[in-house]
Design a protein around this ligand. Structure first.
Ligand SMILES: *Cc1c(COP(=O)(O)O)cnc(C)c1O
Length: 382
């Protein structure tokens, strides 16, 4: 594990982000997406804080293992947890976990639905159904609604606990006739069909961050934000300025300079001996692909004490060269922190844009060698 390279997570900023989402969506409950270890922020800590301090009661995982971990590590807390994709319902041992630990599988095909409906043990278990309205990933097809209704009749069930669909292009501008709008129209039609067959729908949700940021699909009981809770906008760079989202990045990625030295034009540096284009200084920072950086991170800007540097040459497993043109090595202090990104969301977004990544990947890519630290700096100071 690293000591001075770390992801600091400010829980007060999470509190603020949730408050901001509640102001944007005053009529919706939040289903907090914590898959991927809470987008790299540490699932257990995020859920504990959200339940005890933010009064959030529902969480979304991707895998049964993630949901089990939440139940194991937070046995004292009351919350609902959903498994969205990797449900493994076909294994009896997994089905038992859902039953006995109250983990709600998102049912995305007719076979899973029939399995749950036909099993007497699941008779009083909440049913969560996901429909494919045009993203064409997971979900029951719109053409299968009649079969869903027949199955409900056959097994004498009348209630859907949570009806879900997911948008595939909500990071684009949602306009009339856009794919997102067509998806949402399809969802509303499915809802209508189910309701008119006498099936009750307790909860429903469609909006992910991209939709929420555009104030879209808020007629449902719930919203399912992921990325925006952690700070950055999920809209594409070209339309980001149209986002309603004003949250801050709850994390900052800190590292420090291990070594600094001057270089001249024509010097070769690091693996591959990349040629230095002009005079300046190299600062070696204590982060590499063993921490979640990667070789495609070429030339993103990194700022230190007002100096603009950029990643130079190949990223190594354990360290990375940052080239600061026109400065002397004495201006790079070896013990000072360097921030790869700070709490201004523009910083992680810039790093993502400049490396051809998305913030989702940057967050999820950080390995366990980078410790996650939690605090309330923003509230109480450092
Ligand atoms: C990941 C996910 C979300 C959250 O998406 P963001 O873009 O991070 O807001 C919502 N719903 C489902 C089904 C998801 O898989």
């Amino acid at each position: 594990m690293r000591y001075r390279t770390r992801l600091y997570i400010d829980l007060h900023l999470l509190y603020e982000n949730v408050e901001k989402i509640r102001r944007l969506c005053p009529h919706n409950q939040i289903l907090f997406m914590v898959k991927g270890d809470a987008y790299g922020h540490g699932m257990t800590q995020m859920v504990r804080f959200a339940v005890t301090e933010l009064d959030i009661k529902e969480f979304g995982c991707a895998t049964l293992g993630e949901a089990r971990r939440l139940r194991d590590e937070l046995p004292d807390l009351q919350f609902e947890v959903y498994v969205f994709s990797d449900t493994n319902l076909e294994f009896q041992s997994c089905a038992d976990y859902y039953l006995h630990r109250r983990i709600i599988p998102v049912l995305s095909n007719l076979a899973d639905l029939e399995y749950v409906l036909s099993d007497r043990d699941f008779l009083y278990f909440p049913l969560c159904l996901k429909f494919n309205t045009g993203m064409n990933r997971l979900g029951i097809m719109p053409a299968e609604v009649d079969q869903v209704i027949s199955l409900f009749k056959k097994y004498q069930r009348k209630n859907i606990f949570h009806l879900i669909t997911h948008f595939g292009t909500s990071s684009d501008l949602i306009t009339s006739g856009s794919i997102t709008e067509r998806q949402y129209e399809c969802f509303k039609a499915i809802k209508k069909q189910l309701l008119s067959a006498g099936i009750e729908i307790e909860r429903s949700s469609a909006a992910n961050s991209g939709a929420i940021e555009q104030g879209y699909a808020l007629e449902e009981t719930h919203i399912r934000p992921g990325l925006m809770l952690y700070g950055p906008s999920s809209l594409n760079a070209s339309i980001r300025h149209q986002s309603l989202w004003t949250g801050r990045c709850i994390s900052r990625l800190e590292t420090y300079i291990i070594s600094a030295f001057n270089v001249k034009k024509g010097d070769g540096v690091g693996y591959g001996n990349r040629t230095i284009p002009e005079e300046g200084a190299i600062g070696l920072i204590a982060i590499g692909y063993g921490d979640g950086f990667n070789g495609r991170m070429q030339a993103p800007e990194i700022y230190y004490a007002g100096h603009r540097g950029y990643i130079f040459g190949r990223v190594n497993m354990d360290m990375t060269q940052v080239f600061f043109p026109g400065i002397d090595q004495s201006q790079l202090k070896l013990t000072d922190k360097i921030f790869i990104w700070g709490h201004a969301p523009s910083e992680v977004l810039r790093f993502a844009d400049q490396t051809g990544a998305i913030p989702y990947e940057l967050f999820c890519g950080l390995t366990s060698r980078v410790p996650r630290l939690y605090g309330l700096d923003d509230l109480y100071g450092k």
